[in-house]
Design a protein around this ligand. Structure first.
Ligand SMILES: Nc1ncnc2c1ncn2[C@@H]1O[C@H](COP(=O)(O)OP(=O)(O)O)[C@@H](O)[C@H]1O
Ligand SMILES: N[C@@H](CCC(=O)OP(=O)(O)O)C(=O)O
Length: 369
């Protein structure tokens, strides 16, 4: 059976740890594997990190740049080089590729999201393998994905993938960071993300010298992807041929099973793509009505309002322990919300001086996390 496959490869797998040079044999094997998968009728997307690592190598920098302008300049140097190498390798096999550089800002407008969806569909229909990276050279902090693990999960859900593979420098997720804990045990199957608490998985802060995020962003990516119905695998990037074995049923790496009832595209966009601009703290009655009754949020249930936002912005809904349990699009600005919080809906016209929406967040614009 053919399927849609997104493969994310991290800097740690693309480069040699001792020299920082490109790991050419890994790249060549990856290119051969992806081309084979494509020729067998699958739709394939590659999310490749490496702009910073390759740019650093090209410029002979020995330390990770800290200044934003320098980071953006290094990424600009590296991205061109990286795509050139990919194009040379894929062209040897007569496989067309496309470069797709995205920032979160490109997807936060619903129209931008739909536009990106259409472009990916067209590329995949043409038999092209899109190679995606964050547009590091222009991305500003508030509108960055920040790491390619999150980007790959959002791309996987955007293209309605069946599989997301995150290739890294460890064979799987372990019960603890294997770099610092020699007794860490591999985890083979995660049926839902909450299980990681039961397994008492510790996520160390270590990451490869040019990687971003470490294991924590891979777990968050697995949460996003599985909630959209995408089966997710964390596995070793040094052996890309394992992708075929995993697709044929071998239990290699860590597999995260997709949720049986994935959220639809619009809800996924609200929950994972939009950047929340504020927080609403709710009373227990409102929390219960939303979580158990699937109801809209009314002003009466709001205890506290944080942040500055406008109508249609996304906000986080939190309980009194500051735990976020849902996200939604508001019908009122933060200054209006400060005035109407705790009030009954009938009082709103009198307080604000006009008739606004009856609900603060309509249930169609609310997603339980
Ligand atoms: N529980 C864990 N299981 C496996 N690896 C972990 C864990 N906690 C932390 N890590 C670290 O995460 C690193 C991989 O992340 P990163 O360097 O960002 O890779 P990449 O460049 O592939 O994105 C591993 O080298 C490992 O040291
Ligand atoms: N966009 C950045 C990659 C950021 C990132 O997530 O890196 P990694 O942890 O190596 O996957 C780059 O191309 O260098």
């Amino acid at each position: 059976m053919t399927c849609t496959i997104v493969v994310k490869i991290g800097t740690s797998s693309l480069t040699q740890s001792e020299t920082g040079n490109l790991a050419l044999s890994t790249l060549a094997t990856l290119v051969e594997t992806l081309t084979d998968l494509r020729r067998n009728g699958n739709r394939v997307v590659l999310v490749s990190s490496g702009a910073m690592g390759v740019g650093r190598d090209r410029l002979g920098l020995t330390e990770r740049p800290r200044a934003i302008a320098l980071k953006q300049a290094v990424a600009a140097v590296g991205q061109g080089r990286l795509i050139r190498v990919y194009d040379d390798l894929f062209t040897t096999l007569k496989q067309p590729i496309a470069q797709v550089l995205l920032t979160r800002g490109d997807l936060v407008q619903r129209s931008g999201y739909v536009n990106a969806y259409n472009t990916f569909q067209q590329l995949l229909k043409l038999g092209v393998i899109p190679i995606v990276n964050e547009n590091d050279t222009v991305a500003v902090d508030e509108l960055r994905f920040g790491d390619n693990d999150t980007l790959s999960a959002l791309v996987a859900s955007l293209v309605e993938a069946d599989w997301l593979f995150m290739l890294t420098d460890v064979e799987s997720l372990y019960s603890a960071d294997p770099r610092s804990n020699p007794h860490a045990k591999p985890i083979h199957l995660v049926t839902n993300i909450q299980q990681l608490q039961e397994f008492q998985v510790e996520v160390g802060s270590s990451r490869s010298s040019w990687g971003t995020g470490g294991m924590i962003t891979k777990i968050e990516a697995a949460r996003i992807a599985t909630s959209s119905g995408v089966r997710t695998v964390i596995t070793d990037g040094k052996h890309p041929t394992n992708l075929k074995k995993i697709l044929s049923g071998d239990a290699i790496g860590t597999q995260f099973e997709p949720q049986s009832r994935p959220v639809n595209s619009r809800r996924h966009w609200i929950a994972n793509v939009l950047v929340p601009m504020g927080k609403l703290y709710l009373d227990p009655g409102a929390i219960k009505a939303i979580k158990e009754g699937g109801k809209s949020l009314l002003a009466a249930g709001i205890i506290r309002v944080e942040g500055e936002f406008n109508p249609n912005d996304s906000v986080q809904l939190c309980d009194n322990e500051s735990q976020e349990f849902a996200r939604g699009l508001v019908n009122y600005s933060s200054s209006e919300m400060q005035k109407i919080k705790g009030c009954h809906s009938e009082q709103i016209p009198e307080i604000l001086g006009y008739y606004g929406a009856e609900t603060v967040i309509h249930r169609d614009n609310l997603v339980i996390l």
